[in-house]
Design a protein around this ligand. Structure first.
Ligand code: SF4
Ligand code: F3S
Length: 104
């Protein structure tokens, strides 16, 4: 499966949602997650994310992000259409440790 990681937080560009063939993105206040059980591993969303926040969960060290995607995909609403990203998205692009600072 693919998952969404730290750099999505407060960037939330949403380019990813429109390309997903199975509509498995879910929306929180300041980031999206992928439902790992619904993702068919097609990989088309990965290059669409300007923040490079989408990665395959086969990369090492991503257990906590897989857990976070799994947990919140069950409670957040589904999102299939891109809206305007936050006006200050670029300001947060690339900042480290966004989960601790801003996650909600
Ligand atoms: Fe959707 Fe494919 Fe991305 Fe999985 S890898 S979230 S199925 S676009
Ligand atoms: Fe987030 Fe990238 Fe999608 S910033 S909302 S994963 S396009």
């Amino acid at each position: 499966t693919y998952i969404v990681t730290d750099n999505c937080i407060k960037c939330k560009y949403m380019d990813c949602v429109e390309v997903c063939p199975v509509d498995c993105f879910y929306e929180g206040e300041n980031m999206l997650v992928i439902h790992p059980d619904e993702c068919i591993d097609c990989g088309v969303c990965e290059p669409e994310c300007p923040a490079e926040a989408i990665v395959p969960d086969t990369e090492p060290g991503l257990e906590s992000w897989l857990e976070l995607n799994t947990k919140f995909a069950e409670v957040w609403p589904n999102i299939t259409e891109k809206r305007e990203p936050p006006a200050d998205a670029a300001k947060f692009d690339g900042e480290k440790g966004k989960l601790e600072k801003y996650f909600s």
